[in-house]
Design a protein around this ligand. Sequence first.
Ligand code: SAH
Length: 213
Amino acid sequence: MEDSYQHKGLRKKLTEEIRRKGISDENVLAAINKVPRHLFMDSGFIKFAYRDQAFPIAAGQTISQPYTVAFQTQLLDVKPMHKVLEIGTGSGYQAAVLVEMGAKVYTIERQKDLYLMSQSLLGALHYRLHFFYGDGYLGLPTYGPFDRILITAAAPEIPEKLLDQLKPNGKLVIPLGESDSQVMTLIEKLGENEYKRSHHGLFVFVPMLGGKQ
Ligand code: SAH
């Protein structure tokens, strides 16, 4: 689990590339510069770890493109000590970025092998967060409410139960739409039943599916 000078150099270049693409939150850029993405990749793709691209991981899923991770994290407006719920742990890369932002992270994955793999990897890297094996559509009612909720899979609609688990003034970021492309959507909870919705461009994610596997 080596993080060499070469890896660090490539990561710094990737961070600057993401900055040029429009990410301006210094805390987000610092987090991208810290997380050793090559350790989250399948062995066949390690040499591409610092390209700004999504790659396949186990169970037919993907590790998101670093720009997309940075974009979602910036939009989520994460502050230190925020309680953040992530839906779709996948490789655990986005979760590690959230921990680097100083958040208290709760992450849910519906695929058992990914849940187990990410838990052991992040543990070995000394990232402290809470892992759950389950259906993200249900959220974590007993652990909420959350300051921030981040969905990292494409959902056809906003899961009602997740809105209920958002604190007043909380924010939820979700790629909304069908399989070919989704609209990055920010939901701000203004009051008990009052929400503001804004749209932030098109992205492509793997689908959010119900149940566990
Ligand atoms: N955040 C991840 C990206 C993973 S891709 C990373 O940084 O690597 C999306 C993930 O969402 C996949 O692992 C998929 O299995 C998971 N997923 C899809 N539907 C889900 C659901 N209902 N609940 C929890 N996880 C889900």
